[in-house]
Design a protein around this ligand. Structure first.
Ligand code: MN
Length: 132
């Protein structure tokens, strides 16, 4: 079965780009335009990895990650932050919220595919997602 990636992204243009990249790599893209929507979707959608935009209206990506990490159902799903904030100070703050890795915008697509492969393989070998 194709890995399912939940993309939390409020910018439609960015969402389209990420959708193309995921389609191209043979992944299924599940879309949420806000953290609130993502939380609702996770109630019934099983996903293998989450791509989390940090700058979101309402609950931002950092707070969303903190909440997911405290919920045993989602604590082990790899979360990759996607952010335009390239400042190292900010990257540390993002990592402290519990994301596995950080991808900066504009996205380097080779690194994007590498990071996805790394965390999808790690998840598959441990089989830690109880919802799979
Ligand atoms: Mn955004």
């Amino acid at each position: 079965m194709k890995p399912r990636i939940l993309v939390v992204e409020d910018n439609p243009d960015n969402m389209t780009l990420v959708q193309w990249a995921l389609d191209d790599a043979g992944y299924t893209c599940v879309q949420a335009s806000s953290a609130e929507t993502a939380f609702r979707m996770l109630e019934f959608e099983s996903v293998d990895l989450i791509l989390m935009d940090i700058s979101l209206p309402g609950i931002d990506g950092k707070e969303a990650t903190r909440r997911l990490r405290t919920d045993p159902r989602y604590a082990s799903i790899p979360i990759i932050a996607v952010t335009a904030h390239a400042i190292s100070e900010e990257e540390r703050a993002i990592r402290d919220c519990g994301v596995n890795d950080v991808i900066t915008k504009p996205i380097d697509w080779d690194r994007f595919q590498e990071v996805l492969q790394t965390y999808l393989c790690a998840g598959a070998s441990h089989g830690t997602n109880p919802r799979r």
